[in-house]
Design a protein around this ligand. Sequence first.
Ligand code: ADP
Ligand code: GLC
Length: 476
Amino acid sequence: MKVLSAASELFPLVKTGGLADVTGALPAALAGEGVEVTNIVPGYPAVMAALEKASPFHAYGDLFGGPARLMRGTARGLDIIAIDAPHLFDRPGNPYLGTDGKDWPDNARRFAALAKAAADVAGGINANYRAGVLHCHDWQAALGPVYSRFMGGPKSVMTVHNIAFQGQFPATVFGILGLPQQAFAIDGVEYYGNVGYLKGGLAAADAITTVSPTYAQEICTPEHGMGLDGLLRARRQALRGIVNGIDTDVWNPAMDGRIPQTYAAGSLTKRAANKRALEKTFRLEPGDGIIHGVVSRLTWQKGMDIFAAGLDALAAAGARLALLGTGETAIENAVLEASVRHPGRIGVITGHDEDIAHLVQAGADTILVPSRFEPCGLTQLCGLRYGCVPVVARTGGLNDTVIDANDAALRAGVATGFQFAPVDGAALEHALARAAECHSDPQLWQGLQRRGMEQDVSWSRSAAAYARLHRSLVKA
Ligand code: ADP
Ligand code: GLC
C-alpha cells in the first residue's frame, strides 16, 4: 500500500511546529502497518541540502512561474520527493515568512505548486510511482485533494492540524491554479467569493481527519470552526479525530542524549540532576520547590498572553518558571519583563532550541499548556513521557490526553495531570495552586509522574487507525 504524504514541514528537515513532528514520525509508524509513505515537500534550502542519493523524478518546463524539477531521494530514513523550484522555495529562513516577518506575497503560488506536484506524483506522472492514496496536511497542501479529484487522481485524505490557518486568497488567484472552471464552486475552492485552499481540500477530500476526537467535534461548532463548521457538519460522516503520537525514540528519557541525566519511571530521583541543570540554564535560584515549564509558540492560540499576565502571581506563590518560546513580540516582551522583575524565579529563553526543549521536559516538574484551543498538542505528550506533569486547558487534544487529578481520578489511580477551564487568569492560578499542593506530597506526585510515564504516547495505535483509513479508501 503506497501513500503520498504532502506537507510544508517535515521533521527533522524543516519545522516550525507540531505539524513537522507528525509528518516526520508517521512514515516510520505507518511502515509498521505495511504502508509505504513517500513525502513530497517544497525544496527549501534545508531540504535540498539534506537530500541524499537524489535522482531526477520529473521535470516541469513551468511550475507556477518557472522551471522546476522533482528530485527523489532520502533523508534521515524518509523517502522524499523534493520540489526543486528555486523561484518558489530557494529562500532563507522560515518556510512561510520573509525576513520582514510577513507572509511571502506569492504564498498562493508556492503552495499551489506543492499541491499540484503532489497530485501529479500521486496520479503517476512518473510511470515508476503511483500512490494508492494522497494524504494532504493543512492548508499548504490542501489543494491536493482538489487537483486529484478534478484530474482523476487517487482518493485523498485531508488532515487538519489547525483550522485557524486556511489559506484564503482573492478570487483572482483562481486564474493561476489551472483548475477547470467548475472547481470555483461550492464543492471546490470557492469560499464567499474568494479562493479558500483548506476549504477546497475539505470539500474535495474523500476522508477528513483531525488530530484529536475532541477537536473533531469542536471544529463542527461555530465557536471553533472558524467559518468552516458548516461545511464540516455537512461532511460529518467523512470526518474523524485520530490523536497524535510522538516519536518515542526522539523522546525517550532513558536514552536521551540531549539531557544531562537519563532516567526511567523506576529511577525518578535521578531527575534531580536535570532540575539542577535547568536551574542553571534558566538562571533560577536552586531549590526543591516546584518549577513549572513551558515550551511553546508565544501566541494567542496558546493562551500565552493570559499566562504572561499571571506571572507576578506565579512568583508570589513561591513557584519558579522555566519558559522556552518564541512568537508574538508583545508576548515575548511581557515574559522577558517578568523575568527582570523576578530574577531567580522566572527564567525565560526566547528562540527555538530542541536541546533546551528536552531539558525542560526532563528537569521541570510541570509542563504548562494553557491554550485557548489546541487541535492535539504534543508538548503534554512529551511531558507525560518525561514525568513532567501536564497542567493543561480543557480543550481539544489536551482534553483527550491528560486525565485530571480530581479526587475520583486520584482514588481510582488514573490521574496523569491537571486540567482547567475556562482559560483565564483565575482558573490558571487555581490549577497552578492545585499542582503545587500535590507537588508538596512526594508520594502523590511520584504517582502522577509514574502513571504519566506508563501512558502509551507512541504512534502505534494511531498509525493503525490511519492505515485502516488508507486501506478503506483503496477498497472503496
Ligand atoms: P504547535 O504545533 O501548535 O506549535 P504542538 O504542541 O503540536 O504545538 O507542537 C509544538 C512542537 O514544537 C513540539 O515538538 C515542541 O517541543 C516544539 N517547540 C515549540 N516551541 C519550541 C521552542 N521554542 N524550541 C524548541 N521546540 C519548540
Ligand atoms: C498544530 C496544532 C497542534 C498539533 C499539531 C500537530 O500545530 O496547533 O495542536 O499538535 O498541529 O498535529
